[in-house]
Design a protein around this ligand. Sequence first.
Ligand code: ISE
Length: 339
Amino acid sequence: MNRSGTLGVAVIGAGRMGADHVRRIDRVVSGARVAAVVDVDAERAEAVAAGVEGCASFTDPAAALAADGVDAVLVASPGPAHETVLLAALAHDLPVLCEKPLTPDAASALRILEAEQALGHRRVQVGFMRRYDAEYVRLKALLETGRLGRPLMLHNRHRNVASPPFFTSAMLISDSVAHEVDATRWLLGHEITAVTVLRPTASADAPDGLQDPQFVVLETDGGALSDVEIFVNCGFGYQVQAEVVCERGTARIGDGHALVTATAGRWGGTIAQDWTERFADAYDREVQAWVDATRRGEVTGPGTWDGYAAAAVCEAGVRALRDGGRVAVDLAERPAPYR
Ligand code: ISE
């Protein structure tokens, strides 16, 4: 950190999320500056860095982590590239905010957990931004009062306008349902023990061969069921909704009725078109909270255990999708510092 205590952040990955986080750190968040932008595409890294005063661009993450003025790392590159960067950041003992997934599979996520444990302190926050969304936060606070009794079921809907060309049927679980896996664990305070994936008729509007939508059922160690409708080519908007059914009532979020207009014999609102719009406030709060905690030398958000648990559940989900039936989640013992 420089003399004023401003955190110098290296942003790894200058794609859609990385560029959005660069803008956020530069213009929205206080207490931090973008010191470096890294991308395998040198031109893209340069273009994003050029918009930020005093920001260097790199193609090699290792060079950026060793650069002057870099105190922390925000990882927004594709999931398969995360492990190498995370291990390098931990080797430098640098604080990290890593976009989900922590890593694409449970074995590599466990290696990150072990590397962090070897340091003796937490360093990594995982970018599960629903935990910073105002509606999710209110739902969690309500559940914690116990007024509605114990949660029995959670119904989730997760819809995207269209999937990118590289999207596979497995990615509906590992890239998209990963969010509901974390939301379920966080909202209910339970671990997920088994996954079943049902396959309705694929939409004619989905790319050929893509199993879209899917219906995922998560069982928890608290005896609750959490179901997820994942539909990534719904065409009409970006929708994320959740309803918790408790012993003495239900609570529901995500209807998005902040602005309702009535005109010409109709009433209604608009639907966000992607996550950067729907969760813009949540991302702002998430990155600000990470910067604040990092400057205090703490990690307060979801960490490597949460990233590992989500990876283990998604792995079981991908097997359930492939083989059918109910697949038990194989979870390592939770280490003491993460309890
Ligand atoms: C994407 O990676 C995200 O994280 C979005 O929040 C999710 O809605 C989308 O399905 C994922 O592909």
